[in-house]
Ligand binder design. Structure first.
Ligand code: FAD
Length: 483
């Protein structure tokens, strides 16, 4: 039997990723009582940095970029003196060759050949003309990309990679999502930005520098935790097992903290754990149609393989995208190109992302075999030789990407509508709200949720309709989401 934790006016935060910790930090600074519960043994969620024997790596390189001045100041304040500015330089491997990413027109023409380039321009022109005659249906990612970039561009540039990332056909991925992510971008605009020196003002999707903590992205979460722990508690290895509610109020949660079961009461509850998981933890259980809606939302999982190499540097790239079907992984990055402190002197590491569904053949493969497969492919691609590989590490990342299948929005709305009925439950963050949030959106979501609670407590506003299920943060267009 565990403890019964009750503190008046306490806010209980489910999940110790960037969202939960940002909320916890803002509430702590405002002098409120907070408890954060994180299932993993470390904080940070998707934005953590793994340390192995002097090597460090993120769960897929995390670049910090934002248009939101408040969020930028929040991060700069936390990491004063720890940030480096990194030039963004990426390549994409298509048709057996590497191309600059974003594509440069001359590079593309010579690489793809004149016939393919002409076909791209012709197909784009055809789509523009079709558009003048009839407004396109735009239900799926395929509809949207073909409409804005042309069929040929979709086939060679978007289709294979998107299907590798998402694991489903592009006709099943919602257009609404891609439209939001890369709104305003078209083949013409992308080409224009490649011809003329890009300023970063008009197309943040393709910005060419970003900031990064010297010791990896996980430093943001580490610093947030340090700040919270000056006054409050962050529990790791603490899995929320149920959420008790009565009427329209959440009363307490049951948490397994390292084998000891605690019941934790609170006044306000912030959930940044996956939306579908939250629904499954509620006691009493939600109505059948809500459970049914939750069962229709899916996530894409990720397997990260780090390969440590006895060489100073392998590439000079930020990311290398690998759409090629015959290669089982989708993206490579070399953390030492982001910060030299990510490996011991004279050594480096390559970090490889396998997009996967938990339980599939990649997910279930043994760690040793995954490292071997990865090294074999890296060798074939000309990056490393087996003899210089010092070792490998594998991290499985469940629920890495909300999967935006056609119809997801209506499904989410049913869940938001139901959860909106709770007076003291606040949804926040990427998995928490089933939104394609980047780190800046996650931080902004945590901050705004905390501010809502502070306002509610300070002025004792009654029943403000607590669940923030509808649009708050601006969704910044990032082509990386598609590629
Ligand atoms: C491969 C990859 C690359 C990315 N690259 C970038 C990038 O370059 N730039 C960028 O800005 N963003 C990037 N992102 C997005 C970024 O990682 C997220 O926006 C951010 O980390 C989301 O934070 P969060 O707190 O909302 O969610 P999460 O990090 O998912 O946090 C939720 C937390 O809840 C915990 N949890 C779950 N269940 C329970 C439970 N029952 N009890 C207690 N805790 C629980 C989880 O362990 C997790 O720590 C990337 C994401 C991925 C997957």
């Amino acid at each position: 039997m565990g403890r019964f934790i009750n503190q008046e006016n306490q806010t209980v935060i489910l999940g110790g990723g960037l969202t939960g910790l940002s909320a916890g930090h803002v509430l702590t600074k405002a002098g409120l009582k907070v408890k954060v519960f994180e299932r993993d043994s470390e904080v940070g969620g998707l934005s953590k940095t793994i340390a192995r024997g002097g090597f460090r790596f993120d769960l897929g390189g995390h670049r910090f970029f934002t248009k939101d001045k408040t969020v930028e100041a929040f991060v700069r304040d936390l990491l004063d003196g720890e940030l480096v500015s990194v030039p963004r330089k990426s390549k994409i491997y298509m048709c057996g060759r590497y191309f600059d990413y974003p594509l440069k027109p001359l590079n593309a023409v010579f690489g793809l050949g004149i016939p393919t380039t002409l076909k791209i321009v012709f197909d784009y022109g055809t789509e523009r003309i079709k558009r003048l005659v009839k407004r396109p249906a735009n239900v799926s990612l395929e509809d949207w990309v073909v409409g804005n970039f042309g069929r040929k561009m979709f086939d060679i540039y978007f289709k294979v990679y998107s299907e590798k990332v998402w694991g489903i056909d592009c006709s099943r991925i919602s257009a609404e999502w891609v439209e939001k992510r890369i709104s305003g971008l078209s083949l013409a605009k992308a080409a224009k930005s490649a011809f003329f020196k890009f300023s970063g003002r008009d197309m943040p999707t393709l910005a060419d520098r970003f900031i990064y903590p010297r010791l990896g992205i996980g430093r943001i979460s580490d610093r947030l935790t340090e700040e919270i722990e000056k006054e409050n508690d962050v529990y790791t290895g603490a899995e929320v097992r149920y959420i008790n509610h009565s009427g329209s109020v959440v009363e307490d949660i049951g948490v397994d903290v390292g084998g000891c079961f605690d019941v934790v009461e609170g006044r306000e509850f912030i959930s940044s754990i996956p939306l579908t998981k939250l629904i499954g933890l509620l006691r009493p259980a939600p109505p059948e149609d809500v459970l049914d809606a939750a069962s229709r939302l899916n996530f894409r999982d990720l397997v990260v393989v780090a390969v440590m190499v006895d060489r100073e540097r392998v590439t000079d790239q930020t990311w290398i995208y690998i759409p090629e079907q015959k290669i089982p992984f989708g993206r490579i990055h070399e953390p030492t190109n982001w910060s030299e402190s990510m490996a011991p002197d004279g050594k480096t590491l390559l970090v490889i992302e396998y997009f996967s569904f938990a339980g599939d053949s990649i997910w279930n493969e043994s760690d040793g075999r995954l490292v071997d497969i990865t090294v074999e492919h890296l060798e074939k691609l000309g990056f490393v030789k087996k003899g210089e590989v010092l070792g490998g590490a594998v991290v499985r990342v469940p629920k890495a990407y909300p999967l935006f299948e056609v119809g997801y929005k209506e499904t989410c709305e049913r869940l938001y509508e139901y959860l909106d009925g709770f007076k003291n439950l606040h949804l926040a963050g990427r998995s928490g709200m089933f939104r394609y949030y980047n780190m800046d959106h996650a931080i902004a979501s945590g901050i705004s949720t905390a501010e809502k609670i502070i306002a509610k407590q300070k002025w004792e506003v009654g029943d403000p309709g607590s669940v923030s299920g509808s649009g708050d943060e601006e969704v910044v267009a990032v082509l990386d989401s598609v590629l």
